[in-house]
Structure formats: C-alpha cells, structure tokens
Design a protein around this ligand. Sequence first.
Ligand SMILES: *Cc1c(COP(=O)(O)O)cnc(C)c1O
Length: 838
Amino acid sequence: MTTDAATAGPMAADTAGAELHPGGATSPEAHGSAPHSDPAVEALRQQILDRLIYDVGGTPKRASPRDWFVALALAVRDRVVDRWRAANAETQQRGDKSVCYMSLEFLVGRLLADSLGNMGLRDTARDALAALGVDLGEILEEEPDAALGNGGLGRLAACFMESMASIGVPAYGYGIRYENGLFRQVITDGTQHELPEDWLQLGNPWEFERANLVYHVGFGGHVVAENGALVWRPGETVRAIAYDTPAVGWQGHRVNTLRLWSARASDPLRLDAFNHGDHLGAQADRMKAEAISRVLYPGDETAAGQELRLRQEYFFASASLQDILRRHLSQYDGVANLPEKVAVQLNDTHPAIAVSELMRLLIDRHGLEWDEAWRITRGCFSYTNHTLMPEALESWAVPLMERLLPRNMQIIYLINAAHLDAVRQMGGDDALLRSVSLIDEGNGRRVRMGHLAFVGSHHVNGVSALHTGLMRDTVFADLNRVCPNRIVNKTNGITFRRWLLRANPALTSLLVDTLGEGVQSDPELLQGLVRFADDAGFRDRFAAQRRTAKERLSHVIADRLGLAVNPAAMFDVQVKRIHEYKRQLLNILQTVALYNDMRAQPTRDWAPRVKIFAGKAAASYHEAKLIIRLAHDVARVVNNDPSLRGQLKVAFLPNYNVSLAEVIMPAADLSEQISTAGLEASGTGNMKLALNGALTIGTLDGANVEIRERVGDENIFIFGLTAAEVASQKRDGWDPRAVVAASPALSQVLDAVANGVFSPEEPGRYRGLVDRLLNHDNFLVTADFDSYCRKQEEVSARWHQPDRWWRSAVLNTANVAWFSSDRTIREYAEEIWNVAPR
Ligand SMILES: *Cc1c(COP(=O)(O)O)cnc(C)c1O
C-alpha cells in the first residue's frame, strides 16, 4: 500500500477553484488556527500560512489548490535559499572550480516533490498541510510540468543538474527560459495536434528574476577596422535577462543554479532612433527580439536551417559566456586562469558557437592575443555528442553566418586555418583536409558545428560505449586521427532520487525494508538484492509493489482513454519520442501479428498483454505522425474485438512528459528498446525501466549493450541485427521485398495494413507507409521483424513462469546501480572537468 502523495490521482474536479477549503476532508476550523505539536511541522505550517497571506495574497478559507501550491513552494524555497547562499559563498571563498553546463534544453518536470524529497521535508510538509486541511498529493498535482526540452537530451541535462548538486560539484546550468516549452500533444481521431504549453501562465514560484543581471547580445551589422583593430558594429542588439532556479541536491547537500536567459528588446531609445517614431516597425523589432525566448525549437533530430534557431543558440551562448567572464573577473585579476576555475560542457552542438564567441570576447573585449585566447578556450570547453545521424549533424550556411554573426564567422575561418595548417604539417592529404575542415565545401558552403565543438574542446565524449566506438570509427574518424585521444566515453545515467525514490515509493519502501535506509543514498547497495532473487517470499513482495503501480497506471489509462485494462496482464511499454529509428512501427506490426495469431488460435494459453505507447512526434515529421495514427487505428480494432477476450489491449497515452513517465516507469513489466542498432546513442528510458524492475526487449544498441553486461544475458531479451550487421547490410544493398516474401507472418501483417484493415474508412491511408518499407526500409524494420517476433514469444513463455520472470525483474533492479547519473557525473568530474566533488 502506498499513501505517497505523488501517487494521488488528478484533483477532484469539484474542488478546483472552489471557495470552500480545498482538501475536502477536514473541518473549516482546521485552517490556520491550531498549532501543531511537532515544532518542525508547526514551523512549516506557519511559513506556509505566511506565504499564502503575504505573497499569494490569499486567505486559508478561500485559497485554491493552486494558491496552496504556490504558498508551499515559496516556503520550501526559503529553506533552499539558505543552503544556496551558503554553498555559493563557500565555493567562492575556497576558489573551487565550477562547471557550466550549457544546454539548449532542460527537461525538468515538476520540482516540488523533488525539492521536498531532497530537503527531507516530505513528511513535515504533508503534516503541515494536513493541519491546514489540505492534502499534499493534490497540491503536488497543481504544479505545471516544466518541459524546456524535447526528450532524452534535455532530460539528461536535468538529471545532471540534480546529480551535480547531490554529489557536491559546484555548477551552473545555462539555457533559455522559453515562454512556451514543448507543445502539449492532443490526439483527435488518432491524429496528433500541437497546442502551446503555457507553463508560466500562473507564474513560477521557483525562479528569481535577476533584473540587474543583463547582457547585450548583438546580431548582424558589420566588422570595421578602427585604430588597427577589428570592431564589430552589430545592426541589432538584444538584452538577455537572467532567471535563476535553485537546483537542490540530495539531503540539501548542495544547491546549484539553473540560470535561464530571457530575451528583451534593447533600449527603446535606440529603437526610436532607428525607427523615427514608426510605432509598428518598433513593435516588430521588439517581437523579433523577444521571439528568441518564445518557444523551444521542436525538432530534436531533424535539421531545419532556421534563422531563429541560430539566433537562439548565439543568444544563450553569448549571454552565458559574458556571465562566466564577469563572475570570474569579479574574483580574479585576469582571465589567464579561467580554465583552472571553470569547465564548460557543451550539451550537443547547439551551444557550439560558444567556441568562437569566447574567442571573440577574449580578443575583442579583453584584448588577448590569439594564441593565449585559444589556450584558454580549449582549456575550458568539452563537448558531448548525442547523435551520428547525418540529417541531425548541425551545420549553418556560411552566408547566413556571415550576415547574422560576421565577427564570429571571421574567427571561425581563423580557427579553421590554424587547424588545417596543423593537419597539413602532419602530412594530411586533400581528402583528409576536406573531411576535417570546419567548413563543408560540398552542397553549398556550411559551417560544421560538430567539427567546431570538437576542435575547440579538450575532450569530446559519446554517451555509451557503443556510440563512442562508432564516433571513433565513423563520423569523427578523421578528426580522431588528427586529434588523437580526445574522444572519451561517458555512458549516460539517471537520477535515482526522481526515478526510483520519488516515482516508485512502494518499491523504495520494500528496498529500504530489505537493504536498509542507506540504499537511498548509495545505489551500489542495490547489489544486496541479488541474494533475494531466489527468495520466493521476496519475489512475491516485489510483484505486489509492482501491482500497486500497475493499478495506478490502469486508473490513468481508464481516466484518459476510457479503456479498461487488466493490471494482472503484462504491461509492455514503449514510451519515448516517436521517431522512425526508434521503431515504434516494428512494435505495432508485431502487435498486429500477435492479434492475427490470437484470432487464429483462440484457445491457446496466451500471455495477456497491454501494449502501452506514449510519445510526441515533431510537428513537421509526417512519417512519425502517421505511426501515431497507425497505433490508434490498430488500438481501435484490437480493443474492440471480443474474440480476444481482453487478452490484448493497446493504449496510446497522449502528451508524454516527465510527470507521465513517473507514473509509467514503475508499472512496466517489459521495456521496449528496439531502435535500429547503431542509431540510439544511449537511451535513458531503458535505464529508468530496468531500475524499476522491467525486463528489456531490445537490440544491441546504445546503453542496452551495457545493461545486458550488468543484468546478465538470461535477464534481458536481445534480438536483431547488430550495428556492424546493419552497416554491412546497408553497404552491400538488400531487398526488403525478398525479406517480406520469406516471412508469412510479416506478409500477412503488411497486407492487412496496406489494404485498410485498420483504416476501413480510408483504405489507402497506410499504402505509402508500406510502400516505403518495401522499397527502402531505411530503419530495417522488415529485416528485424522475425527475430523480434521470436523473441517476443520467449517473453511470453517467461511470463508464464512467474518465478523466473520475477527473479529476472529483481536482478534487473539489483544490477543497474551503475546507471546512476551520480556515477556519470563523477566520471565527468574526474576525467573531463578536473573538478573535485565536495
Ligand atoms: C527519459 C525520458 C526520455 C528519454 O527516453 P528514451 O527512451 O531514452 O528516448 C524522453 N522523454 C521523457 C519525458 C523522459 O522522461
């Protein structure tokens, strides 16, 4: 049984905004009067009341759940701020090196439960609110989900912020404060629609606007020679204003800063001078400036050369670097020791323009010579690569760069010249020079941002062992040759505080009962579970907590989809962005094959399954949206076929985000990690699911490889072509039609889909999709289909042997401690940043 507040369902509709007390369970006189006997509870109760009255401007009698949320968040924030000030003062006083984590995305999710948990205030807050007649669980549901990211890359940045604070690495996260984060996904008739997510509409109690922390960021204009020096005269200037959010570590150990920039139009007087009183024109300039922090760029793996995106990248890179230099110079006499005091991590290439921007600031503003500026720049930066897919490797057209960032473009040319000189001196031939150049001279001249980040960094890392190996062997092979030993591996991780302790309180309490309180602070203690894997009593308790989580998810499915599912069935889960390389299509086609089999052999003893999908498709990604539609069409047919007797259900949960993930992860039995081998750099959803005891069915891709090494071959279901086999099959050429012809099951499935069995109202809806598979099948769905289906039969067979299933589940939880982002951060700290955790 869990009474944990995070598990509470959505607010009862009739209490929202009501004039009555919102908790609904307590008598009105409970509000604000009677002191609580526990002094800690009483102190917090009083603080919440003060915040409600003096900051929210409410009264206990009339306060809405939202008001209580803000009052509690502010009360908690007060305590966080005390630690924050102390941590910053100490770092400064000791002169400790700190990390600046630059990321265009931070997929933070909700913060209240996190802050309460890490500050050890959960029970105190629950009791203090109860004394006010308010239920903590309902209050937690009031917080909007901060979705300043698309998926894994942004979530990684959020996990890293939490881990850096938890293990005591002084850090600033730098990003953009998007007014509208990732869109809200609404599905009507199987079709995805994107609605703006207005997470700031009712204010954000966590952030501090730093009105005095303002930097100017220029765009356009010209570079002119003045007194022998080159001076950039921008045509336009935008102001960057800082908003700070505290990032609280485990047990309040340390509090770091997430500093997000908001764009404002520059001095209106200058605007007037430019516009001669042209009010509409002046307005248009303002809109243009402020558009920079209006929306998160929605595409996460497809390149689209949009000027606004480049403006966003430069805006946040420049503001962050100006801030780093200002902070440094407030403490030291010069910038020479910057690399000893600051490590700047570039999360993907989105901030790569920072390399030339730091050079520009050091040379043009701080008067350094080129060589010294380059020493400092290379000493500060390191770069994380997240994808090797050619269409996702960022590059910018040279004419756009010249127009928007003329001085940076000059500096990039100079960096490139020095870099190519060095390669020439090593005896590099023309082919090598072309391949390692920062400028791609083919198909229009473009600046390769990955190359810029690579050349400007002292270390470059991949995010899983496999991916790092592929970096060395493929996309970065030539750069690796001319800059040997620069590429290192840092396998991703997740914060166990959010993804186990908070998301899965039922399992956590079993773990604490079994292994002691220490397991919450030290995940390596999970190893102690290994000896319980053969203990039937323990396995039953493990399965029982899973049942709790599955019932909770069943309620969510019923609420949101009106679909009844059996919590005793296997919950077979694929939740992640919808992308062809992630191969949700493979899963859906296997669902159809299973459906065909079940109808053909209705009396066989099938393992009952619920196929659960969730994920957003980029707004302009037609193929991905069609896959969402197919999932819905298949769900409609399968869910309404009485001949299956409920043995198979398909649920697509809309609007996947961090909060929904927190409900799904603990309830999953089977984790689908089935990307085309070589294309998923790491994955982190795979780690969240394995930690919570789901068994993985997956390809040897990304971190799946390392999960297998740790949980053991018999506790994971691996199928399909390896990355090397994918590469050679693509190189040698292959015929998907022959593969399909050789597979009766696949032929039957594709015929049904192509002929409109699942879309009778529009029989040709999936003709194109099936044709693409037959003619190209770029992601090798057909090639892996039979192997996948066979492995799924093994999964079903295991489900029929609960002893074996739960043994494997326990061994998954027991053996994945290594995927804690604390471990990842320790590796970065030691091998890349040279920062000592305190
Ligand atoms: C963990 C997470 C992801 C990343 O999932 P992958 O399966 O690794 O792609 C994406 N979105 C959300 C909301 C997450 O919590």
